[in-house]
Design a protein around this ligand. Structure first.
Ligand SMILES: C[S@@+](CC[C@H](N)C(=O)[O-])C[C@H]1O[C@@H](n2cnc3c(N)ncnc32)[C@H](O)[C@@H]1O
Length: 354
């Protein structure tokens, strides 16, 4: 706890991320990762591969540090300026790879998000980092890590609750009755830009509430995101207590169980609701999506806001194609299909039907 406090203090003060870490023999590598993952510290001992390997295991890791001492050699934060020319290169690369449009006003934001990548690669200019991403690293892994840093992943359970109300009151009664009428059991949902899982798990809880005997149905929620970092977290379905605040208590009790992680209480979504959701990495700007069947409804909320009109328009046409007849599209509260050449019927703000 003592070391956690020190680390938290440094994190909050945004002190240079430079420490020598001495760790007990038992689990040195894991401890190093834990420090890096949770507090974003650069660790002297850690090579990149170890970091990546251990990052995957980070949630099972406890703090096993003997002590942390500041490294006087690396006291100052590394600050590297991003030149306009360099910014434009990244702006174009990010747009081409993710559809995310960064205006010039985002220059400082881009710089601060990418600094960590430069540090990890021991690079001293953004030009070098650009070359690293586009030429040196032929595996494409650094590109993925770079996009992980760029994406904004803000989300929460029951975000924009009117959508879930509409889902239970208007969409599901008709959908399930129609399916029953046709002796169909399949419900297919796509949650596009699912971030750390709160949105698809909210949908799975709503479905579980609505269907008295969920076992009678074949339900699959495909949850996709560009960021591998958020998907790792989503798959685990483990959240701190305060993340559950928007979930009614009765639902918290029915769908979550307490787990101990890092000597603290966390809450994990129960298997029967977790298993409805399948997480995959998928780039929404890909030319085509590899889906065989159609979806009964699609959630894509607070994602298109990062795209320009052309990218939004292309994506909306693909949503239309992949929705079943009468299927619904839910978009974020500050988004609209105005300006996209969409065939969707407007139902109410942010809800559309095929
Ligand atoms: C602000 S979060 C929204 C999360 C959730 N939909 C919600 O409304 O709470 C936006 C998500 O979109 C993802 N994203 C951004 N560009 C994407 C792309 N081209 N393909 C897939 N996902 C993308 C980001 O990684 C991020 O997790």
């Amino acid at each position: 706890m003592f070391y956690t406090n020190i680390a938290e203090e440094y994190k909050n003060s945004q002190c240079p991320a430079s420490f020598i870490i001495k760790i007990s023999d038992t689990d040195r590598k894991n401890s190093e990762t834990r420090i890096c993952v949770d507090f974003g510290f650069y660790c002297e001992y850690l090579n990149e591969q170890t970091r990546i390997d251990l990052l995957n295991k980070s949630t099972e890791i406890g703090i096993l540090l003997d002590y942390i001492i500041e490294n006087p050699q690396r006291k100052q934060p590394m600050d590297i300026d991003i030149k306009d020319k360099e910014f434009y290169l990244f702006q174009r690369l990010i747009y081409n790879e993710s559809g995310i449009s960064l205006t010039s006003a985002k220059k400082e934001l881009l710089k601060s998000r990418l600094m960590k990548r430069l540090r990890e690669r021991s690079l001293t200019s953004f030009k070098e980092y650009y070359q690293y991403v586009t030429e040196v690293d032929t595996t494409g892994e650094e590109l993925i890590s770079m996009l992980d840093c760029i994406s904004t992943n803000l989300t929460e359970f029951f975000r924009e609750p009117a959508h879930f109300e509409f889902l239970s009151k208007k969409v599901l009664p008709v959908l399930l009755a129609t399916k029953k009428g046709h002796h169909e059991k399949k419900i297919r949902v796509w949650c596009a830009g699912c971030s750390t899982g709160e949105e698809p798990y909210t949908i799975s809880m709503i479905l579980a509430e609505f269907m008295e005997r969920i076992g009678e149905w074949d339900v699959k929620i495909l949850a996709t995101d560009l960021s591998t970092r958020v998907l790792k977290k989503a798959v685990q379905g483990i959240y701190a207590k305060d993340r559950l605040r928007a979930i009614p208590i009765q639902m918290q009790n029915s769908y979550f169980e307490k787990v101990i992680y890092n000597f603290k209480d966390y809450y994990q979504i129960k298997d029967f609701v977790r298993n409805m959701v399948v997480f995959r990495r998928l780039n929404l700007t890909d030319e085509a999506f590899p889906f065989k069947g159609q979806f009964d409804f699609i959630f894509c909320r607070n994602v298109m806001i990062y795209f320009n009109k052309q990218t939004q328009s292309n994506l909306v046409s693909k949503f239309y194609k992949h929705l079943a007849p009468d299927g619904y599209l839910f978009i974020g509260h500050s988004e609209s299909l105005t300006g996209t050449d969409s065939k969707f019927r407007y139902i109410q703000p942010t809800i559309y039907q095929k």
